[in-house]
Write a protein that binds this ligand. Structure first.
Ligand code: LLP
Length: 431
């Protein structure tokens, strides 16, 4: 999957579906210049094959363990992508009634494979999930547990629950997306969990069926996952000795990728991750749930953009694109790195530039002092690894419409979200 002819210095050797063919960038066989002409820019482009490949990697490595991959909808909640993942047998990790509705529309049969996480579930969301008979509620507080019991009784339902325990494990990642320490708002301290399960057993409408954990996102080391599941395993054994029938262990999401040019072999990394988890849970006899988001979709997608202008301010050279922080906020919000490639590789000399959007904030940048082949007005470029937390975090800031999205299937593009119009954007407003 490495590019056949890729321009220096941004040579990408990692397994992304974006490769050069005769100097033109393609996505799984679709020509990006043609996509830009046909669908306009900014445009999110995803490869269905690349998503399938990542799902297969996980399924293969966990094939000896009863498991369900519950894709974290928040990473990319496009209906067509959810449908694709549902067809591959995935379940879904949701965090809102809105995400539940997306699963219902994309693949109603997959509602039975939904786990519902989140620290602030509202009554209407709980009711909708109870009525949909989802697989598991990941309960994050005692107050939520009491409310869930009340709602389950009112609706004559039984809610299978897991307490989301906070294992107090440190995971090296950006502070905004680390969640597994006692000081974070997530979950119930693991030391208190046994007591809360005792309460859960007494509550009508509640079936304490599992234990769940999620320690953060973009975690590249395997050890924090193993360490937190070790603590979860001990808890499961204690709970079982208390007489509870714990059948599910939800290991959460968070398995990271490489955004830069460092070598990244996803299959090898998954093998390492899965081996560690299998070892920790060996012989436990529980159904394993995993909630990957980024790992499945990030590298399958890119944001295609056109250069509007270039300019020189003092010593700084700026490349101004038609995509902005409202389309892809990760660089502005987390100082995240996304590789940027020209769509036509014609051997131009490289240039150092700030690559920025048109939004009226200095924080609206995609890259600072980045060396890329010179980008001129009218050129197309892509921001790689934008398939996760790209479109799902897009906003209307500066009254800019959401980009369109295209899914490449067997070399053919399919529009999965048309470009918004200003009428769409303004439709809910009242004068
Ligand atoms: N499960 C739960 C309970 C989560 O909170 C998350 C992500 C996931 C699963 C999926 O994590 P993943 O496998 O995608 O790492 N916007 C940030 C990432 C926020 C992650 C929030 N929770 C970013 O762009 O890096």
């Amino acid at each position: 999957m490495s590019p056949s002819t890729s321009p220096s210095p941004n040579a990408i050797s990692s397994p992304r579906p974006f490769t050069y063919a005769n100097g033109r960038l393609t996505c799984s066989g679709a020509d990006l210049t043609e996509l830009a002409e046909r669908f306009g820019t900014p445009l999110y482009v995803y490869s269905a094959d690349a998503i399938r490949e990542r799902v297969a990697m996980l399924q293969t490595e966990f094939s000896t363990v009863p498991h369900t991959i519950c894709y974290a909808v928040k990473a990319n909640s496009s209906l067509a992508i959810l449908k694709l993942l549902g067809e591959l047998g995935c379940g879904f990790d949701i965090v809102s009634g809105g995400e539940l509705e997306r699963v219902r529309r994309a693949d109603p049969a997959a509602l039975s494979r939904v786990v519902f996480s989140g620290v602030g579930k509202q009554i209407w969301e709980i009711d909708a999930a109870l009525n949909a008979d989802i697989l598991l509620f990941n309960v994050e507080s005692e107050a939520e547990l009491e409310l869930l019991a009340t709602r389950a009784q009112a609706l004559s339902k039984t809610a299978r629950i897991a307490l989301r325990v906070n294992p107090d494990v440190f995971a090296e990642t950006h502070p905004y997306i680390s969640t597994g320490l006692r000081e974070h708002k997530f979950g119930i301290a693991i030391e208190r969990a046994r007591e809360v399960y005792r309460r859960a057993v007494q509550l009508p409408g509640i079936d304490p069926a599992g234990v769940s954990v999620h320690i953060g996102s973009q975690i590249r080391a395997v050890e924090p996952f193993a360490e937190s599941l070790k603590r979860v395993r001990s808890l499961v054994e204690e709970l079982r000795s208390d007489g509870l029938k714990i059948r599910f262990v939800d290991g959460g999401g968070g398995f990271g990728i490489e955004y830069g040019t460092a070598a990244f072999d996803p299959a090898a990394r998954v093998a390492e991750y899965a081996a560690a988890i299998r070892m920790v849970l060996n012989g436990l006899d529980a159904h394993l749930l995993l909630e990957p988001g980024r790992f499945l979709v990030a590298q399958a997608g890119a944001l295609l953009t056109r250069v509007l202008y270039t300019k020189q301010n003092g010593t700084k050279h700026f490349v101004i694109t038609d995509a902005a922080m409202n389309d892809l906020i990760r660089p502005a919000l987390y100082h995240a790195h996304h590789e940027i490639l020209p769509v036509i590789a014609d051997g131009r000399p490289s240039q150092t530039a700030d690559i920025v959007g048109p939004v009226c904030e200095t924080g609206d940048f995609f890259a600072r002092d980045r060396l890329t082949p010179e980008l001129r007005s009218g050129d197309l470029a892509v921001l790689l690894d934008a398939g996760a937390y790209g479109m799902s975090l897009a906003s209307h800031y500066n009254t800019r419409v959401h980009p369109a999205e295209v899914l490449i299937e067997a070399g053919h593009p399919r529009l999965i979200r048309r470009r918004e119009t200003l009428d769409d954007l303004l439709a809910a407003e009242l004068l």
